[in-house]
Design a binder for this molecule. Structure first.
Ligand SMILES: *Cc1c(COP(=O)(O)O)cnc(C)c1O
Length: 398
């Protein structure tokens, strides 16, 4: 064993301890395991409680997430369901006001039922977070950078403040956008979760979520809920996720390179682009101070809803699709798609531009991606091509 093995190597590792030395982890497609005797259940008895393929996946995840323990469940939202079950009736909870739409939906649902007392605040403003916390705050939900507005939360500063002043408040961090390659959130939070539907699996062929922690009591409580509710990831999906993980590092490296190039190219044409890797991003330095990269999701505004629609529908390589993290490049209009469940008034309050286009960049050849976007920008009328030059056409009409 090489000491301090890099995460790039850990993700590829095919260790599985198989009795026949299989090169690839075996798939235990079984719900039950025969017992040695009526009283000796052995390590596994029933797949809701545990399955060897799931164990292999969770061991690998724990290593790359620098966790004591990681759990694989049926979706990113499944993670949130498990985590919120650690709360008691009426517990005080703080959440960012720009969290993933599904997170907002579940937390608000619980709040309306009286299950929790929820405060949505601007967590990108650390002073607001400090003022909102009280002795009774049981959990805080953070996400950085947010999507599609790409707002950065000062996780290290918030974590330091909470640990010094409110040690009973659990910090929960959704790391779907950055993956364990760019940050080890457990250095700052108590519970980390990610939608593995996105980058971790990378191929948009399974739904999955992963939860990780270091504290033994939290680990035990999370396992209790997963076993009790039966949301552990199915063996075949665990097997697919193990396969997907092997290329995480190389996929994400190319996706990030492509995303940065596209962000710079769009900005040069004259669009307002949101991407934490652009020096023009107001929180570029903050993001860089605790992340090793910038991810592969960016958004830009055209100034015209009609043009934005035409751009999305006019691409050939970029598919009009919700979600992100796939090897294929995707394009969407959040206000019409992923964020349509947030009503127009709230979208306006959060300054979510109706003409915003989100790009989730894949691993294709960058020249092809540029060419695809270029023809769509020109056909939509947002850009005019004169010789080799792309000239932005401004329109004041939304
Ligand atoms: C997609 C997503 C989720 C939800 O994950 P699912 O696997 O779709 O349930 C949670 N948080 C973020 C940031 C996401 O992008």
């Amino acid at each position: 064993m090489v000491k301090n093995t890099s995460i790039n190597t850990l993700v590829v590792s095919s260790y599985n301890g198989d009795q026949h030395n299989a090169s690839v982890a075996p798939l235990y497609q079984t719900t039950t395991f025969k017992q040695n005797s009526l009283t000796d259940m052995g390590e596994y008895d029933y797949t809701r409680s545990g399955n060897p393929t799931r164990t292999l996946l969770e061991q690998k995840l724990a290593k790359i997430m620098k966790a004591e323990k990681a759990y694989a469940v049926t979706s990113g939202m499944g993670c949130l369901d498990v985590i919120t079950r650690l709360l008691g009736p009426g517990d005080e909870v703080i959440a960012g006001d720009d969290l993933y739409g599904g997170t907002h939906r579940l937390l608000t649902f619980m709040h309306k039922k009286g299950a929790i007392k929820l405060k949505h605040i601007d967590t990108t403003n650390t002073e607001v977070v400090k003022k909102t916390l009280t002795k009774n705050t049981k959990m805080i939900f953070l996400e950085s950078p947010t999507n599609p507005l790409i707002k950065v939360v000062d996780l290290p500063a918030i974590s330091k403040f909470i640990r010094a002043n409110y040690p009973n408040c659990l910090i929960v961090f959704d790391n779907t956008m950055m993956t364990p390659l760019l940050i080890s959130p457990l250095d700052y939070c108590d519970i980390q979760y990610e939608s593995a539907t996105k980058y971790l699996n990378g191929h948009h062929d399974i739904m999955a979520g992963v939860i990780a922690a270091r504290d033994p009591k939290i680990i035990q409580d999370l396992y209790f809920v997963i076993n009790a509710t039966g949301c552990g990831l199915a063996p075949f999906d665990c097997w697919l996720l193990l396969r997907g993980l092997k290329t995480l590092s190389i996929r994400f490296e190319r996706q990030q390179q492509n995303a940065l190039k596209l962000a710079e190219w769009l900005e040069k044409i004259g669009f307002k682009v949101r991407f934490p890797g652009l020096k023009s991003h107001p929180q570029y330095a903050l993001h860089k101070s605790f992340n090793k990269g910038f991810g592969a999701v960016l958004s830009f505004e055209t100034g015209s809803i009609k043009q934005s629609e035409a751009i999305c529908e006019g691409t050939a390589i970029f598919g009009v699709t919700v979600s992100f993290g796939c090897v294929n490049s995707l394009i969407s209009m959040p206000c019409k798609m992923s964020h349509a469940s947030i009503d127009a008034k709230t979208r306006a309050e959060r300054a979510l531009p109706e003409d915003l286009i989100r790009l989730c960049v894949g691993i294709e050849d960058i020249d092809d991606l540029v060419q695809d976007l270029e023809q769509s920008l020109v056909n939509s009328g947002a850009v005019k091509k004169v010789g080799n030059q792309l000239i932005r056409q401004y329109t004041s009409k939304l």
